[in-house]
Design a protein around this ligand. Structure first.
Ligand code: GTP
Length: 425
């Protein structure tokens, strides 16, 4: 089976004017054409059992008319119908889904139709009864069944129809008791049925193509839409410069984690990080270098965080924030210290720094177990106060908010044990 055509393949059917007669109708580009044919074949396969049974039933039902149309050979006729043709039809029905090759399937259907038509000519030829001259008209029904009900591909439908029309014509020639005019009229009747049913077959093909194209286009639109929704979702949650989560996403996650921590009685930690003397850096190295520096700092911070629930975000400007669910003060302080070291290990030269030869960061850590009182911004405020103290105490250090700073927003029962007041370097 061919692969599903990609949206890039999707173009309108091409009205081809080159190629053989069979190719000279609306066709898709090769890949879509193959996929369309495969889908049509799946549809045919899906309907085959019902179609095959209906064909066999109809063909069998005409055994009744054998009694009046070919009464002299009705037994042979029934043998041909029930012991040869119907078993062949049923075998073809069963084999159809087993045959995976499209050409083989088409060929098998075509042969079945021609054999069925030939069986009528044979029965008519065996009979001497005057009614037998009308027996061949059944061929017309077989043409209609193949072209419309079986819905063969146009090319096969045309070949089978031509074969049956010729067969019908030859059979008519064998009938002596029919004038040339009546013979011609009967043959013309069959030929007209062929043309009408081939037109119907062709139009069905066109309609199926249009429906297939509409389905592909809808698929393509849905894909584009879901890609756009995904992209928008990502853009609305992502900081363009550092590719970290942005402030909006941080606020959203903080609120979620706050509620989760309150439900589960877990500690929630937050680290607020500020690049030291960054204004000087910008002034000294220029804004683009400042941007590049922030990207490297962001990567360094992200590289320290391991747990999937942890979130590193850009808080704004040269400030970052790390949300650490189910993390106590000691672990958060240790993580903050690793971040501080990771950034200073980058050794990004900072000639205008009042702190060190390279870029450094100051970090404020706050931890609490959310209780009924208090709100997420309280945790941010506590971390901010700790960060302020880190700046005050000389920068390039981690300061952990004293438990007292967060106690106001925790219940007495689940208050976090007090971490060391400051954590200096
Ligand atoms: N290049 C660049 N600079 C930024 C960006 N966002 C904020 N800044 C700059 O970061 C600097 C922050 O300066 P301040 O708030 O004075 O802080 P600081 O110079 O780092 O001093 P301390 O924090 O006290 O060490 C300002 O000059 C901002 O313009 C950014 O996206 N790119």
């Amino acid at each position: 089976m061919s692969r599903e055509p990609s949206p890039q393949d999707l173009t309108a059917p091409q009205s081809s004017t080159s190629g053989s007669f069979w190719e000279r109708h609306d066709k898709f580009p090769a890949e879509i054409e193959a996929s369309f044919q495969a889908e049509m074949d799946r549809l045919r396969e899906h309907r085959m059992v019902r179609t095959g049974l209906a064909g066999a039933l109809l063909y069998g039902a005409f055994a009744i008319s054998d009694l009046s149309m070919v009464p002299d050979v009705y037994q042979q006729a029934w043998l041909i119908r029930f012991l040869i043709v119907i078993p062949l039809m049923l075998l073809g029905t069963i084999l159809f889904s087993r045959l995976k090759n499209l050409l083989m399937r088409e060929a098998m259907l075509s042969v079945s139709l021609i054999v069925t038509g030939a069986s009528l000519s044979l029965i008519a030829a065996l009979s001497q009864h005057p009614n037998a001259v009308h027996y061949h008209t059944g061929v017309t029904l077989i043409v209609l069944f193949g072209n419309i009900v079986l819905n063969q591909r146009f090319r096969s439908a045309a070949i089978v129809s031509a074969a049956l029309v010729v067969l019908y014509g030859v059979s008519l020639l064998q009938v002596a008791a029919m004038s040339a005019e009546v013979r011609f009229n009967n043959w013309l009747f069959c030929a007209a049925a062929v043309i009408i049913s081939l037109i119907a077959n062709f139009r069905m093909d066109q309609d199926q193509r249009r429906a297939y194209l509409a389905r592909l286009r809808e698929q393509q639109r849905n894909e584009e839409l879901s890609n756009a929704v995904e992209l928008l979702g990502r853009l609305s949650a992502e900081d363009a410069l550092t590719r970290l989560a942005n402030r909006r996403e941080f606020d959203r996650r903080l609120s979620i984690e706050w509620n989760r921590a309150r439900r589960d009685g877990h500690a929630l930690s937050l680290v607020l990080i500020d690049v030291d003397c960054f204004k000087n850096y910008n002034d000294h190295y220029g804004h683009p270098a400042g941007d590049a520096c922030l990207q490297k700092v962001a990567d360094a911070l992200q590289s320290v965080v391991r747990r999937s629930a942890d979130l590193v975000a850009r808080f704004g400007g040269e400030e970052f924030v790390v949300l650490l669910p189910a993390t106590d003060a000691a672990d958060a302080a240790a993580l903050a210290e690793r971040m501080r070291r990771q950034v200073s290990d980058l050794q990004i030269p900072h000639a205008a720094s009042r702190v060190a030869a390279g870029i450094t960061v100051s970090l404020g850590v706050a931890t609490l177990t959310p209780g009924d009182a208090g709100q997420p911004p309280d945790l941010v405020a506590a971390a901010d106060a700790a960060l302020y103290r880190a700046k005050e105490q000389g920068r390039n250090r981690v300061v952990v908010a004293p438990a007292a700073a967060t106690a106001a927003v925790t219940t007495a029962a689940n208050a976090t044990p007090a971490p060391p007041a400051t954590h200096q370097h």
